[in-house]
Design a protein around this ligand. Structure first.
Ligand code: GTP
Length: 185
């Protein structure tokens, strides 16, 4: 198994997840420090320069859009990524179910011999006053490195820069995951 967690001079973060969970909004909220009322289907790739990242490494942030990208293009992006933020909406049960029914099996197939950190991000926490973290134990799938990040809101900017920093750290300073596949050698 190849570990994509060695010393790096840059970090490439790919946001994945169902439609409308807020991937593009999370990226644009980070960049503009305000919630965008109108969002394109896909944000342009952005590069955060090293001097404004806590770890002082250039960080590329890449959006995904089901309507703009083919499965082959998505697979190519997954293989270029150093870490994946797998986003769900805390008010959309279907987006939570699809973590285990679609996204994690899909990633597992794309990453057969590669160990890539995956950060689960629950977005739209501004719309609830309860935690949905306990729902997630059902989505832990047979994939090596999964982390769960405290929930975020692109709208209120809650945990936005922290989320991207957390993903960066998962690459630069690998932490103990909440689940380790039995299949690791
Ligand atoms: P696709 O482009 O279809 O893949 O969607 P996406 O995952 O990029 O979601 P997008 O950023 O387009 O947001 C979908 C909708 O959710 C928009 O109406 C956003 O304004 C809204 N939205 C995104 N993040 C939040 C959030 O944190 N809170 C609330 N209340 N709404 C949000």
């Amino acid at each position: 198994m190849v570990m994509k967690v060695s010393l790096r001079r840059n970090v490439r973060i790919l946001l994945l997840g169902d439609r409308h969970v807020g991937k593009t909004s999370l990226i644009l909220s980070l960049v503009s420090e305000e919630f965008p009322e109108l969002v394109p289907s896909k944000a342009e790739e952005i590069t955060i320069p090293p001097d404004v990242t806590p770890e002082m490494v250039p960080t590329h942030i890449v959006d995904y859009s089901e309507v703009d990208q083919t499965v082959d293009e998505l697979t190519e992006e997954i293989q270029k990524a150093h870490v994946i933020c797998l986003v769900y909406s805390v008010v959309d049960d279907a987006s939570i179910d699809r973590l285990s029914s679609h996204w994690l099996p899909f990633l597992r197939n794309c990453l057969v011999d590669t160990c890539l950190p995956i950060v689960l991000v629950g977005n739209k926490v501004d719309l609830v006053d309860y935690s949905t973290v306990e729902l997630l134990h059902v989505v832990i799938y047979d994939i090596p490195y999964i982390f769960h990040f405290p929930q975020s809101s692109a709208k209120t900017l809650k945990n936005i820069s922290e989320m991207f920093y957390y993903a960066q750290k998962a690459v630069l300073h690998p932490m103990a995951p909440i689940y380790i596949s039995d299949k690791q050698e």
